[in-house]
Design a protein around this ligand. Sequence first.
Ligand code: FPP
Length: 245
Amino acid sequence: MSAVTSPGGTPQHIAIVMDGNGRWATRRFLPRLAGHRQGMESLRRCIRACLDRGVAVLTVFAFSSENWNRPADEVSGLMELLVTALAKEMPQLQADQVQVHFVGERAGLSDKVRTGLDQAEAATAGNRRLVLNVCFNYGGRWDVAQAAARLAAQGQPITELSLHQAMALAHVPDPDLIIRTGGELRLSNFLLWQAAYAELYFSERLWPDFDEAELDHAISEYARRERRYGQTSEQLGMAADQKAA
Ligand code: FPP
């Protein structure tokens, strides 16, 4: 992992299912794509907020393996939004030292989109302040399967460690906090492997309405949780006492 670590109490890695763009638009009698454009604004605000709070890694779910089933104009609109947003945001991402990764299957994407993703990754590879993973044409099951297939093809043993290292998010630690906006209470094939010990936070806000105050609420909720990783509270207390002694 190449980013800095986060200050105490702040999750090092926040991952977000940015849900609710469509409903945000429909409530305003706008096309769904207007909701995705507003969602892009919300993502820009969220990146800024993560930079300000010293979060080291932000992972967002922008397009799932299943989103191909949406109306064709929405799919092509999302592809176009990605390419234009990347070109537009690049100077600010560079100025803010954001290292961008696209996580997901490249096959199936157009040459134009693939080139945009490759160029953005190459241009920001040396940045160190925040790692931004944009999950695009991504599914948690796809990631487990592609990692296992790659290990099998190389004749490698399949263990928790080898699988972890072969997965698409091997360059960052597992998420500490997973946020889902839009009021639904499920993971929808997001970070299935990496979510093992993440704290979950569900927000009623639609993604375009997700702001700094709601992010801070999620972070303070996270800071109150006791992460036991299978241990008991008493064991954690004893370990803390020994560390302090
Ligand atoms: C889910 O909301 C959102 C998406 C499928 C797209 C997420 C995209 C963005 C936030 C914009 C940034 C875009 C890129 C390409 C980086 P939904 O449409 O399922 O909302 P609904 O549940 O209200 O219909």
